[in-house]
Design a protein around this ligand. Structure first.
Ligand SMILES: [Zn+2]
Length: 349
């Protein structure tokens, strides 16, 4: 199957009432881990690369690894997504490179740190939507600002400082025509999301439900949604690591989100922890080893296990064969002739 648009994956997920994990990659082993997990669980999948990943790996490598995945796993629908584009130019370059979906994170200025004004966010996101939709490419926007910093991107601080205002979310969706909307409900990027198991005072699921009720046709996105399981933290610490105690977003809260319009769930930290724990274990137990395959292989297997588990928990497992790929060119026609709606149906206040 050729790479598909993220819009198609999310529209199908909405029909089926499930969520789709979006997993970050920086190298070949991570792409292999995701694809093996997708095949094992028969899941459609979103593979995403941040600006940091594109710099680290050189984005042409990433693109061709992704094409290899599409060739090797023809039965799996794959969307290739730019995570946290910081400007029109970043999104344009991703589209030129062959990404089938981009996130324009206009909640922050191009420095990736300073929160923007609402109008500035609308303007840059609208511009990306016009450019992307002409080419059949999906756009995710963000309203409200997440906490924490990852890959040098983020406003820092707690996730509660700039939670999404529902009125602004509705206006933003209407004026930009985004296909998917990331909202801030108290989550943060990175491993240190919450200092105790999160409850309603720090993780605003009621806000998510309110936004979904106001924008029932808009695909919602949860960022910073690793669960940071204790068993993965423990493996890292058992073999010489020094992670402070921390809590992520419990899977049952994500599942509640999926019942309320969340179609894309970003997961990165859990995979980083799984990889690091597996590598530490090999090097700790067998200090004589020096072949990278000796630790990359168990690392890849550990990540595959986490990804497969999430695919089952998010409900995407078993859905890879539900549909065949619609080309990006067809998607572009859909946007042009209006069959692919971008004006979300807004319900009364
Ligand atoms: Zn994010």
């Amino acid at each position: 199957m050729p790479l598909v648009s993220m819009r198609q994956l999310l529209d199908e997920a909405a029909k089926g009432g499930y969520g789709v994990g979006a997993f970050n990659v920086n190298n070949m082993e991570q792409i292999q881990a995701i694809m093996e997990a997708a095949q094992q669980t028969k899941s459609p999948v979103i593979i995403q690369a941040s600006r940091g990943a594109r710099q680290y790996a050189q984005d042409r490598y990433l693109y061709h690894l992704m094409l290899a995945a599409a060739e090797l796993y023809p039965e799996i629908p794959i969307a290739m997504h730019q995570d946290h584009g910081n400007s029109f130019e970043t999104c344009k370059s991703a589209i030129e490179l062959g990404f089938t979906s981009v996130m324009m994170d206009g909640s922050l200025k191009a420095d990736g740190k300073t929160p923007t004004e609402f109008e500035e966010n609308v303007e840059v996101t609208r511009r990306v939507v016009e450019y992307a939709h002409e080419r059949g490419v999906t756009v995710e926007g963000e309203i409200g600002v997440l906490g924490g910093i990852e890959d040098g991107h983020g406003a820092g601080g707690s996730g509660l400082e700039h939670v999404t205002d529902p009125d602004q979310a509705v206006e933003f969706a209407e004026r930009t025509g985004v296909d998917a909307l990331a909202i801030a409900i108290g989550t943060s990027h990175g491993a240190y999301k919450f200092s105790k198991k999160p409850d309603g005072s720090v993780l605003k699921m009621d806000l998510l439900i309110e936004i979904h009720n106001r924008l029932p046709k808009t695909h919602l996105v949860m960022h910073g949604s690793s669960s940071v399981p204790k068993e993965l933290q423990d493996i890292v610490n058992q073999y010489g690591g020094h992670l402070k105690e921390t809590w992520g977003v419990p899977v049952e809260e994500i599942q509640l989100g999926i019942k309320n319009g969340v179609r894309k769930i970003n997961v990165d930290t859990d995979n980083r922890l799984a990889i690091t724990g597996a590598i530490r274990k090999v090097l700790w137990e067998s200090p004589e080893k020096f072949d990278p395959r000796d630790y990359n292989k168990p690392a890849r297997e550990a990540m595959q296990k986490v990804v497969a588990t999430r695919m089952v928990q998010f409900g995407q497992a078993g859905h890879a064969g539900d549909y065949s790929a619609v080309s990006i060119a067809e998607q572009a026609k859909g946007y042009a002739n209006g069959t692919l709606s971008t004006a979300p149906l807004v319900s009364a206040k």
